[in-house]
Design a protein around this ligand. Structure first.
Ligand code: KIV
Length: 264
């Protein structure tokens, strides 16, 4: 049975942790779905990990629809959430609803949007009214990299944690069903988590959130651009790919590929 907004709320109510992992293509989505991951996020991190851009700013709505279609085809049980790219929900409510609606048409079950403002609250309200579930995202928000002045930990002081909680409560009231907290000290994230009805998803926000999210390329050891402190590497896909490619290269060059069994 598909993980839904109700399943996610039950996880929180029953004090049960759930897992969120990014995926950008069909086969990765299929395998991590089989592995039991509860939510698959088509993160705009793919701009960096899959497309090689320096930040997440360089990806648009049209590209996200392609990745969403591929992931949605691979995921049977997991909830599929598409990260709305930079500037796809800021101009006005109408274009925000249209762009988010595109992702649902492509197979996403929900969207994620970053930040907090009166406009964002209105967007969340209108999306939920339109039948589009929303994951909010506070703390460090990569799409605001330039206004935040770099990759900086957010919510370090009691006052800053209070402010994130205030914003989170507004987003919760507007209808968001979950909240990503990125790069927030775990004591602040704990305080925020304990004071919200909706679940929090930690992205470098410590052990007391209701869920954890990581970027699949970090988990698989595929991306070698940089490794955030909070990312745990469970494999070494980079070495695996290089090793397989080297063996294939050698076999082609020494004439052992293809063999008799591999020809018609
Ligand atoms: O883009 C992304 O992958 C994300 C998460 C890791 C939260 O936003």
């Amino acid at each position: 049975m598909r993980v839904t907004v109700n399943t996610i709320q039950k996880f929180k109510d029953n004090n049960e942790k759930f897992s969120v992992l990014t995926a950008y293509d069909y086969s990765t989505a299929k395998y991590i779905d089989e592995a039991g991951i509860d939510v698959i996020l088509i993160g705009d991190s793919l701009a960096m990990t899959a497309l090689g851009y320096e930040t997440t700013h360089s990806i648009g709505t049209a590209e996200m629809t392609i990745f969403t279609k591929a992931v949605a085809k691979g995921a049977n049980r997991a909830m599929v959430v598409t990260d709305m790219p930079f500037m796809s929900y800021h101009a006005d409510i109408a274009s925000a609803v249209r762009n988010c609606g595109e992702m649902i048409k492509c197979g996403a079950n929900a969207v994620k949007i970053e930040g907090y403002s009166e406009h964002i609250l209105d967007v969340v309200k209108r999306l939920v009214e339109s039948g589009i579930p929303v994951v909010a995202h506070l703390g460090f928000t990569p799409q605001f990299l330039n206004t935040l002045g770099g990759y900086k930990i957010q919510g370090k002081t009691k006052e800053a944690a209070e402010e994130i909680l205030r914003q989170a409560k507004d987003l919760q009231k507007a209808g968001a069903f979950a909240l990503v907290l990125e790069m927030v000290p775990e004591e602040s994230a704990k305080y925020i988590t304990e004071n919200l009805k909706i679940p929090t998803i930690s992205c470098g926000a410590g052990r007391y959130c209701d869920s954890q999210v990581l970027v699949c390329d970090d988990v698989f050891g595929k991306f070698d651009g940089f490794k955030p402190k909070f990312a745990r590497k469970y494999g070494d896909m980079k070495s695996f790919i290089i090793d397989c490619a080297k063996k294939f290269d050698a076999d082609v060059k020494n004439g052992t590929f293809p063999s008799e069994d591999e020809v018609f």
